[in-house]
Design a protein around this ligand. Structure first.
Ligand SMILES: [Zn+2]
Length: 257
């Protein structure tokens, strides 16, 4: 049996497109344009990975992070950490997550702002899975403009749809640590184990139906960001499932390096 680790990251579902929003939250609309006055002598590298579910955003964001020595920030992970640490923001987020609702943008932005003020973000950071709506992108611009920074580069992973379904079908998740693995043949529940020892199982929401819904949402909500960011976007096209990941990361580094 061949097991390839593909990603240790996945986004928190409760922050996605759940229809059971418990209460209506008013998110202040940021101004549409951000103006820069003065210049920043030490601008941060702010890189965003855009791409449909299963396009490999998390994996490539991690490699960019390692190559450039700047942290990878996933809102799913920072949300989970705040919740785990029991911070004020975490407790607020938890109440939305537990009631099956989505965590409002306003709260996500506060958690995000706190994270990027940490020391390791001094030279920049890589974002995956965020922003995922135009509203979030505008709020991100506002936050960055406070320190005269801006999004510097966007990598758009344009992966053939059949590959996204193929990856979903092959994916198994560790029951204990949520790490994901790609198992292409001969799945055996007795022997399929995570490095941590946990059992590898199929997540209940990892089905073609759920993926098709997520792809629809992606096209509607996130794709418009490609136009929003305009000429800062580098398109990386993946048309074959056999294209080695190493080749893709090389292309990405060529474009953003
Ligand atoms: Zn595990």
């Amino acid at each position: 049996m061949k097991i390839n680790s593909i990603s240790a990251n996945f986004s928190v579902k409760s922050y996605g497109q759940n229809k059971l929003t418990p209460k209506k939250v008013t998110v202040p609309m940021p101004c549409d344009s951000v103006s820069f006055t003065g210049k920043n002598d030490n601008p941060k590298k702010v890189i965003i990975l855009l791409g449909a579910p299963n396009s490999g955003k998390g994996t490539y964001a991690r490699q960019i992070s390692e190559n450039l020595g700047i942290p990878q920030i996933s809102t799913g992970n920072i949300l989970r950490k705040e919740v785990k640490d029991g911070t004020d923001l975490g407790l607020q987020a938890k109440s939305y997550m537990e009631s099956g609702g989505l965590v409002p943008d306003e709260l996500i932005m506060q958690i995000f702002k706190k994270r990027i003020s940490e020391k390791d973000c001094a030279n920049g950071f890589v974002l995956d899975g965020f922003p995922r709506t135009l509203n979030q992108a505008r709020q991100l611009d506002n936050i960055l403009s406070e320190d005269k920074n801006t999004v510097t580069q966007i990598v758009n992973l344009d992966v053939e749809k059949s590959i996204l379904y193929y990856r979903s079908a092959a994916r198994y998740t560790c029951e204990d640590c949520s790490r994901t693995y790609s198992i292409k043949e001969n799945y055996n529940p007795e022997t399929a184990k995570c490095d941590c020892g946990g059992r590898l199982v199929k997540r209940a929401d990892d089905t073609p139906e759920v993926l098709s819904k997520r792809l629809e949402n992606y096209d509607k909500q996130t794709k418009p960001l490609i136009d929003y960011y305009g000429d800062r976007v580098s398109n990386i096209t993946v048309q074959s499932k056999d294209t080695p990941a190493g080749e893709i990361i090389d292309t990405i580094m060529d474009k953003i390096g």
